[in-house]
Design a protein. Structure first.
Length: 450
């Protein structure tokens, strides 16, 4: 049993190590970053907010319905909420009211607000796509920087080993008296410089990996290793097939930033139309239902009449009493539901609201909306110009990079041939250490540039 237990632990540990050491390809890094980057999640929340605003503006077309009411204790001189007479008795009361209202005509202000919020939602989605594109480009750039730093570390390590080997051979020749001590000292300095270069390259790898983890929202201390694809397998489009003007035309129709600007411009145009509607009258209909209760209210249950003397008259010298009937009411405390039914009241009407003077708020909002349109038009023009400039600049950089790459291959071949000749001359004592180090550094520089 114990053997099985330890075997299971070993298998789990091996599986965890294998999982931790999985290598990340560039597409996998981009996909993971798009799903987990904090900035992407934040801007996705903005899209959800825009969706809520659109839903709210649509529901704003439905008539409003509100209920208010509640009990209260009243003391002193006040108005009876059921009979509206002035009383000085203490009593408990309750009032209830159901209100509803709906706009009949408001010069399409609500309709334009809904349209503006629909375009805002589309703009928010395009902005999310733009951020994802930016994250993808940034992740790809950092990924390539890691590959470059790893390649630089390899070249620097080879350079260091060559310098150490040269130092070892030179030290033997110096000890034998064939070369002066200066040659060994120069190579020791070169070994120190090469060691520093290796350390710097390793630091660049670590720094770029940390940057990539940050964009991917991966813990900085988690194990992480990227795949190193073969250079000849990296797909590169032919520059001849990527003419900048055609790329620009395609980008104008598909880039998220351009779609965002289009949607945003339409949104501010509709918002301006909604603000203009606020300058005109609004016609609405309203309806109210209400009732009330008073704890001291009573209802009459019956009435009897009794005769009582109200005065005297003389008829031919004979006095007579004048009698009149007086009602005697019997009552009881009126129940809650009886009062609610008896006091039930209704009202319905039209309301016309005409803005005359309100601190110039409506006019100012409309003027600001027109400025917002102009600002968005300028922003769209600026982003379009920036896009075109970036495309032409990228095309120019690609052409130059291709030319530099072809020249770099020839430069590396020349540097390797020169260094091989220098090494042979140095080995037979026909070249000094300084000249050898210069040729070695030229070779190292050519490899890095390539």
């Amino acid at each position: 049993m114990r053997y099985k237990f330890f075997t299971l632990i070993a298998l789990l540990a091996f599986a965890g190590t294998a999982n931790a050491q999985q290598k990340w390809s560039l597409p996998k890094c981009i996909e993971y970053a798009m799903a987990n980057n904090i900035s992407v999640k934040q801007i996705d929340l903005q899209t959800k907010t825009a969706r809520l605003l659109l839903r709210q503006s649509k529901l704003g077309q439905i008539p409003s319905l509100n209920f208010n009411g509640g009990p209260s204790f009243n003391n002193g001189r006040n108005q009876d909420p059921t009979s509206f007479s002035l009383i000085t008795q203490s009593y408990l009361s309750a009032n209830m009211q159901l209100q509803s209202s709906a706009d009949i005509f408001n010069f399409f202000s609500k309709k334009n607000t809904i349209a503006a919020n629909e375009w805002e939602l589309q703009a928010a989605k395009a902005n999310t796509d733009k951020l994802k594109n930016d994250i993808a480009l940034t992740v790809a750039n950092v990924y390539l920087q890691i590959l470059l730093a790893m390649e630089q570390e390899k070249i620097a390590a080879v350079q260091l080993q060559q310098s150490k080997a040269q130092l070892s051979n030179t030290r033997k020749l110096v000890d034998a008296g064939n070369l002066p001590e200066l040659n060994a000292a120069e190579l020791e300095a070169q070994v120190a410089r090469d060691s520093a270069t290796v350390i710097t390259a390793k630091g660049n790898i670590t720094q770029n990996i940390l940057s990539l983890k940050a964009y991917m929202a991966i813990d900085a201390g988690a194990p992480f290793e990227i795949e190193t694809p073969a250079v000849d397998k990296i797909p590169v489009e032919k520059i001849a097939d990527l003419q900048p003007e055609s790329v620009y035309t395609l980008a104008m129709a598909n880039m998220p930033q351009q779609r965002y600007n289009d949607f945003k411009l339409r949104a501010v145009q509709k918002s301006s139309a909604a603000a203009k509607g606020g300058l005109y009258p609004t016609l609405s209909v309203y309806a109210n239902l209400g009732s009330g209760y008073n704890s001291r209210a009573r209802e009459v249950t019956g009435v009897t009449f009794a005769l009582d003397t109200i005065g005297k008259v003389n008829v031919n010298g004979t006095p007579y009493n004048v009698l009149a009937p007086f009602p005697d009411y019997s009552s009881r405390k009126q129940t809650f539901f009886s009062q609610i039914n008896q006091n039930f009241r209704q009202s319905v009407g039209l309301n016309l609201s005409i803005p005359i003077f309100n601190g110039n708020n409506a006019r100012t909002n409309y003027e600001r909306s027109k400025i917002a349109i102009q600002n968005q038009e300028l922003q769209k023009t600026l982003d379009d110009q920036t896009l075109k400039q970036n495309i032409y600049q990228a095309y120019n950089n690609a052409v130059i990079a291709l030319e530099k790459f072809n020249a770099g291959k020839k430069s590396l071949e020349t540097a390797e041939r020169t260094f091989n000749f220098a090494q042979k001359r140095y080995d037979v004592g026909l070249m000094g250490t300084f000249e050898l180090i210069t040729n070695q550094n030229n070779l190292f520089s050519a490899k890095l540039k390539l």
